[in-house]
Design a protein around this ligand. Structure first.
Ligand code: DGY
Length: 427
């Protein structure tokens, strides 16, 4: 374990880029939002100061409306090193966008959880840090609960929507297939762009050309609306259980942060409970024992994705915990001590061993589920999942994702959050 820890620290150091950490030097050469949160949790275990920088540099690129952008572009990197780059997003044209160029969408809000972890790693310095980051972390969630509120929520508030598959972080998950199919796919638009991802990773491991054509079309439309969340701005709308579970979990973290720095914490606890209750009422399917995504009409999309296990990080009734654990140990997710949880149902019609979020096992989603198992005292399952995560990175290195059956490494090597969360496991 000492050797694995040293290797993980080497990966993070190698990917450190003055104030932030790139997810991958090759495939993702800028700063990514939810990556930075997981990366900060890893830095907390070795150099908390870097964890603070990681989160503060991201928050420095927050928009005036509170949105925390999915990508903050590094001006020192070639403008076409990554597609879609700054010339595609054109954030400079938008009033309220920060000086640094960014994308115009968001990613799952797990940053308050990360800030609390960083604080706990160095509490004396951390209190000042928490005071500095609290307003931005709160504004991030305010934006989501205000401008992205799912229309059908009750007066207590509730779930928030994503308006691009990239916002889920689980880009080509089968949960988005039906909603995405409503977006016109003109693969010709791609002739105007060069997909740089395919320079680094085999095409069979990435989203398809039709996916990318639709990803581009959704942004083109949102950009034409100045990235305002207004009627007609969104060609894609969905409710993601992972995104909402992390939002509720981050509200719990904000409550703890508020207590530490002497701000009112009760509103955060109320928001966390309202989101949890809405997840239970709308996404939880009792017969299936799983949390499903919702389409734009609020209908459940009956695909079993790993994000549907993420609400375990919240306070849930015991029978719901039992059902989620049963689903995790059953044939769909086949919990074992060799390979982390698949991103999608091993028995599902869209299952693919190789293609990004359509089956491959990712360290971050397993880490979230692991925290959930621990919260509910499911020590045996937690130990198995932890062993699987460590086995995968020991065997294959800090790969981006893994074949969920064989454990073979996929995507890029030296992937930051795989290394960062390994550091957390070893702490
Ligand atoms: C990518 O380029 O695949 C990223 O997931 C977008 O955030």
């Amino acid at each position: 374990d000492t050797e694995l820890r040293r290797q993980a620290i080497d990966v993070l150091r190698g990917n450190w880029e003055r104030g932030h950490t790139v997810p991958s030097r090759r495939l993702y050469p800028h700063q990514w939002s939810w990556d930075s949160a997981f990366i900060a949790i890893g830095w907390a275990r070795t150099s908390p100061g870097r964890g603070r920088h990681e989160l503060e540099s991201l928050l420095a690129a927050q928009w005036a409306d509170g949105r925390l952008p999915q990508i903050v572009f590094n001006p020192a990197v070639a403008r076409d090193a990554y597609f879609p780059g700054p010339d595609f997003w054109r954030s400079r044209d938008v009033p309220g966008a920060p000086r640094r160029e960014t994308s115009g969408i968001v990613q799952p809000p797990v940053h308050a959880v990360a800030a609390l972890e960083v604080h706990r790693a160095s509490p004396t310095l951390g209190r000042l840090f928490l005071r500095r980051v609290y307003p931005g972390l709160k504004a991030q969630n305010d934006y989501l609960l205000r401008d992205r509120a799912d229309g059908s929520t009750d007066a207590r508030g509730g779930l928030v929507t994503i308006v691009h598959p990239w916002e889920s972080g689980q880009d080509n998950s089968p949960a988005w297939d039906a909603e995405l199919a409503r977006v016109p796919a003109d693969v010709q638009v791609l002739s105007a762009h060069r997909r740089r991802d395919l320079d680094h990773v085999d095409a069979t491991e990435r989203p398809t050309a039709a996916d990318y054509a639709r990803y581009v079309a959704i942004v083109d439309n949102y950009r034409e609306h100045g990235y305002r969340d207004e009627a007609g701005a969104h060609l894609f709308v969905a409710v993601d259980p992972l995104f909402n579970a992390l939002l509720a979990w981050s509200e719990e973290a904000l409550a703890e942060i508020a207590d530490i720095i002497g701000k009112p914490s009760e509103p955060h606890r109320e928001r966390a409970a309202a989101i949890r209750d809405a997840l239970m009422a709308r996404c939880y399917d009792r017969a299936a024992g799983h949390f499903f995504a919702l389409d734009r009409d609020g209908e459940r999309v009956p695909e079993h994705c790993v994000g549907g296990l993420a609400p375990l990080v919240l306070d849930l009734p015991a029978d719901v915990v039992d059902a989620l654990v049963a689903g995790m140990t059953g044939p769909r997710f086949a919990l074992n001590d060799r390979v982390p949880l698949p991103s999608y149902d091993l028995t599902g019609p869209a299952f693919d061993t190789t293609r990004y979020w359509r089956g491959p096992a990712w360290i971050n989603t397993s880490w979230v589920v692991l925290r959930g198992l621990e919260r509910h005292g499911r020590q045996a399952e937690a130990a198995t999942l932890r062993a699987a995560m460590l086995n995968a990175v020991r065997q294959e290195g800090f790969r981006e994702y893994f074949d969920p059956r064989t454990g073979a490494g996929r995507g890029v090597a030296d992937f930051s959050w795989s290394a960062a969360l390994t550091l957390d496991l070893l702490a």
